[in-house]
Design a protein around this ligand. Structure first.
Ligand SMILES: [Mg+2]
Length: 392
């Protein structure tokens, strides 16, 4: 059995260009689907996929670990940068899809079988609509409350908000008070039975992340995401030690060694590895083993397209430490046109019942994808009031 082609397919989904990866084999009808979406780096990832294809076209797709080693280590440069890591991930997902199809079982069955009956999901405020999630003003606590109620009305038991604004390395009370008011309004709106998450997008410095973390701690957040740059491992560890709310991070981490450091220093209690960036399901399973040794929960980053979601769910059905699947459903109205999925989501509670189809259980509608060709992603840039550069 041989890989005969690796084809990236770009599908413009407004905020992101989804990059689907199709692996074709010499077996009639046997193809695999992966995803390698990396917003604002679409052309780079497509090029990286084409470069890596030179290494593995002609190889046996069943030797996934062997191919992963080739993709990561060969031609001198290791594959732990974000562009190449994403390209490797997309190919790796497609290889696991093929492996499941060969065996005739969902991928989770390849990894020891299901460990749970369903996977819980959470949404972004506004369902992932860009303006509602990213551009609701931090001084508009009432809108945060309204969006929180809407998420619960849609059946969700957990949601994420962007309630921490961009801040300079040190600021006074104003931003902290606004963040606290927004979170207090959401908690008032939905009560204690719904889980609220706050994503700081690594906007704050460690010092400001600590201020926000302490101010929001009384509201019982499910987790507090990226309170400072992921590179600031000691800063994350200090915040995680200072508050009872679990700190989450990991979506920008692409090598096992950094995950190991984050866990050993207790810089997080929730690991948000991104299966489409960290080296695919092959690497994700290694990260999961490391996390399990530290009793750290897994909540993979997943704001991308539908193959990423299918991969996260198969992973979740196989991993005891997996707690919840991130989802977006209102980023583009035609989201479900491009894919057929093997799992079912129950509208009440938004829990996902297992995929019953082989592999990742998805079929990509290539004609629907072709209706949304590449467009440059919308810019999302932050400058502080004095004109200096901030983090989005
Ligand atoms: Mg995030």
């Amino acid at each position: 059995m041989k890989i005969t082609a690796i084809e990236p397919l770009v599908c413009h989904a407004r905020m992101r260009n989804w990059i689907f990866v199709k692996i074709v084999t010499d077996q009639p009808g046997l193809i695999g689907w992966g995803e390698a979406t990396l917003e604002w780096h679409t052309r780079s990832v497509v090029g990286a996929i084409q470069d890596i294809a030179e290494l593995i076209v002609g190889e046996d797709p069943r030797r996934i670990e062997h191919l992963w080693q080739m993709m990561f280590r060969q031609h001198f440069w290791h594959g732990n940068g974000i562009v190449r890591g994403t390209a490797i991930s997309g190919i790796d997902l497609a290889l696991w899809d093929i492996a499941g199809k060969i065996a005739g079982v969902p991928c989770s069955q390849l990894w020891g079988g299901r460990v749970r009956d369903y996977v819980r999901t959470y949404c972004h405020l506004g369902g992932g609509n860009m303006e509602k999630f990213y551009e609701t003003s931090i001084d508009d606590a009432r809108s945060f409350a309204d969006l929180a109620r809407a998420a619960v009305a849609e059946g969700y038991t957990a949601f994420k908000s962007m309630a921490v604004p961009p801040t300079m390395p040190l600021e006074g009370l104003r931003a902290v008070k606004h963040a606290e008011a927004a979170v207090a309004a959401m908690r008032d709106a939905v009560g204690d039975d719904v889980d609220i998450m706050v994503d700081c997008h690594a906007r704050p410095s460690p010092a400001m992340g600590l201020k926000f973390g302490q101010a929001l701690d009384p509201y019982g957040l499910y987790f507090f995401e990226e309170p400072c740059w992921p590179e600031a491992v000691d800063g994350l560890a200090a915040i995680n030690a200072a508050i009872t709310t679990p700190v989450a991070t990991g979506e920008r981490v692409t090598d096992l060694r950094t995950f190991q450091e984050l866990f050993a220093k207790r810089a997080c209690d929730v690991c948000q590895l991104d299966i489409t960036h960290c080296g695919g399901l092959t690497a994700a399973r290694k990260v999961a083993a490391l996390a399990e040794a530290h009793r750290i929960a897994l909540a993979p980053h997943n704001p991308q397209g539908p193959v990423s979601t299918a991969a996260s769910l198969e992973f979740g059905f196989s991993q005891p430490s997996y707690i919840i699947c991130e989802t977006v459903h209102a980023d583009v109205p035609w989201r479900t046109d491009v894919v057929e999925e093997g799992f079912t989501m129950e509208p009440q509670g938004r829990i996902v019942r297992p995929n019953t189809r082989p592999g990742l259980g998805i079929t990509i509608n290539e004609r629907a994808v072709a209706q949304h060709p590449f467009q440059q992603e919308l810019p999302q840039r932050v400058f502080y009031p004095d004109g200096s550069v901030g983090d989005w």
